[in-house]
Design a protein around this ligand. Structure first.
Ligand code: F6R
Length: 261
């Protein structure tokens, strides 16, 4: 795990955007795994800026989103389909047929989940998976207690996730869907690289447990300790409960030094 700590969330978004830009320049048919929520918004803004101002070409890129609520229409203002269109897809040139978001409208969810996994495999796997983290340590909608070997499936959202997402539903907890489709933890772990972003004090405990605690299904993000290429991008607030900050900072400084030689 590489842990990069920056003064604020603008810097972490900019580093993440640079990693994705460089990967697209190296491999124009990059396969990107995408997240929703407040954390990656700044990253999407940076990528949109790179497309508009620097001509970054997304026409060969394929995307797979982590998750979607079940039982709200795709055009609902809080669906992840709406989110992705609003913050990203409407502003870059990823062909519509290359954008994949779990469908909450299928008649047979189980078959849909298998097909989603198959599509990821057929294209050769996800090159870079963008992740946020819940205050309880979830990734995607893999809640506390999810099997570390789980695949794309229907899950019940935890009360903590429902509470965290209620502000997007006019603070009405009953309006937050109880069910979602999510890529599984094993699905996420097969991505060649994971980029986990976190900012703000509310994430500091989950981040400390995920990076420095034991690997456990009680903190789903802790499985990333077993991933061969995960970059964790944090602002200082999200890093505030980590014990090894000095080591992470020295490691990053040395990496930059080596790159500049
Ligand atoms: C959403 C997702 C979730 C969020 C997490 C943090 O696609 O995968 O795991 O990343 O709930 O949400 P925010 O960024 O809103 O704090």
């Amino acid at each position: 795990m590489e842990v990069i700590i920056q003064p604020n969330h603008h810097q972490i978004a900019s580093i993440a955007a640079n990693i994705i830009r460089d990967a697209i320049l190296m491999k124009p048919n990059l396969v990107l795994g995408l997240a929703t929520g407040s954390t990656p918004i700044e990253l999407y803004k940076s990528l949109v800026r790179m497309h508009r101002e620097d001509g970054l070409d997304f026409s060969g890129v394929t995307t797979f989103n982590l998750d979607e609520y079940v039982a709200i229409p795709l055009e609902h203002p809080q669906s992840y389909h709406t989110f992705m269109a609003h913050y990203f897809f409407n502003h870059v040139n990823i062909p519509e047929e290359s954008q994949h978001i779990p469908q909450n409208t299928s008649e047979n969810h189980e078959e849909f989940c298998t097909t989603y996994e198959d599509k990821i495999k057929q294209i050769g796997g996800i090159d870079i998976q963008v992740l946020g983290i819940g205050t309880d340590g979830h990734i995607g909608f893999n809640e506390v207690g999810s099997s570390l070997a789980s695949r794309t499936r229907i899950v019940t959202l935890s009360q903590s996730t429902i509470d965290a997402n209620a502000p997007y539903f006019n603070d009405d907890k009953k309006a937050v869907p109880e069910l979602a489709i999510t890529m599984g933890i094993a699905t996420i772990m097969e991505a060649k690289q994971c980029l986990l972003l976190a900012n703000g004090n509310s994430k500091s405990v989950a981040i400390a447990k995920a990076i420095e605690g034991p690997i456990t299904s009680m903190v789903p993000a802790s499985i990333l300790q077993m991933h061969p290429d995960t970059v964790i991008l944090l602002d200082e607030a999200a890093a505030s409960d980590l014990k090894e900050v000095d080591y992470y900072n020295r490691s990053y400084a040395n990496k930059l030094l080596l790159q500049s030689q």
